[in-house]
Design a protein around this ligand. Sequence first.
Ligand SMILES: Nc1ncnc2c1ncn2[C@@H]1O[C@H](COP(=O)(O)OP(=O)(O)OP(=O)(O)O)[C@@H](O)[C@H]1O
Length: 403
Amino acid sequence: MGVEVSVEGLTKSFGSQNIWRDVTFTLPSGEVNALLGPSGTGKSVFLKTLIGLLHPEQGSVIIDGTDITLCSAKELYEIRKLFGVLFQDGALFGSMSLYDNIAFPLREHTKKKEDEVRRIVMEKVEMVGLLGAEDKLPGEISGGMRKRAGLARALVLDPQIILCDEPDSGLDPVRTAYISQLLIDINATIDATILIVTHNINIARTIPDNIGMLFRKELVMFGPREQLLTSEQPVVKQFLSGDRFGPIGMSEEKDEAVAAAEAAMQAAGISGGGTKDDFTEIIPQVQPNPGMPERKASVRHRERVLEMLPTFTPNVQDAILRSIAQEDEIKAQNRGEMAQAHAATVAAPAVALGKSAPDYAGDDAVTQSWAVAPGLVDGPTEEYEVPNEGGRHSSTEIPDNRS
Ligand SMILES: Nc1ncnc2c1ncn2[C@@H]1O[C@H](COP(=O)(O)OP(=O)(O)OP(=O)(O)O)[C@@H](O)[C@H]1O
């Protein structure tokens, strides 16, 4: 199971420039989390602080029971082995083949023999759909492939915590969807705690269990994705819609004159350019591909969130319950389709399911290694209990017992 990461009262400055202060939240074991925030709010600095590359002047970062802000260099070295990090640009060594790049952490941190290194590297290469491209140099492949190679390298030490700094930057929407799906499938497979830093609203809407947001040197909120997506806070609404009218300006602070001019434009019906999407309409969370195990963290997340349910406002409660109902519906549908596919396989065994990925098939070919492994279907739809609200509910009905 992934490791819980608990951050308390964290403050970071560079000289007199404060980046953020008093940041407190917990990434629950194995859950998928996203961190949003306008450019320059210190999201990358936050990731680097989590792995001890940067040192905060105040606060603690507890990982697996160790406060990495206080531990020895030797302890930090050991703790870092729990992490797999996908840096913004992939951070591959330009003079090394993809194979050697991906093998690097194994050769650096373990005493594994070369045949074992090869087995692990090729397994990860297949997982990210780069079979056949492993001898290429980073300069010879597309940005999307470099991202996937970076992800493969982040996975070779079987990390319990995966940090991804803008996994979608430079990728088209389709490749972004593939890399997002890959993260969900990896989470289903190894139950690692994941933190994704992103500006991509589609990722924020559909991938994480929890979302946090940094703005004006503070953590605006952190909680179940439904809490942020239905938030009435102007900064959150503006960020989600991508509108230029609101508290977020081109630079961090918007001065009063600009804010007044924008308010006048808005009043005159001039568009701020943002999408008119209704973010309170919760889009179903992406599920592991058919054949993948169920995400254990999603079961734990549900239990945790239902326990916290009475602490949320009624609209957040509604959004969470709608989301749960949607998820159950999708899982039931997937089970039906899996059963049909399985029946078809039994009837026509020549159509092999669970086939491994085809070899690399050109620029940015997409992996199919997760095609379908028969027999791995989700368990039965469970019932859930809403604490302090009396009574059990079938997981596909939404109780409406709030005043
Ligand atoms: N090593 C450093 N020394 C001094 N200042 C730094 C250092 N690293 C980052 N900063 C500053 O910290 C601030 C936050 O940078 P960071 O890259 O974390 O922002 P971000 O939220 O990730 O931005 P973006 O979304 O544009 O990637 C910036 O003003 C940056 O200049």
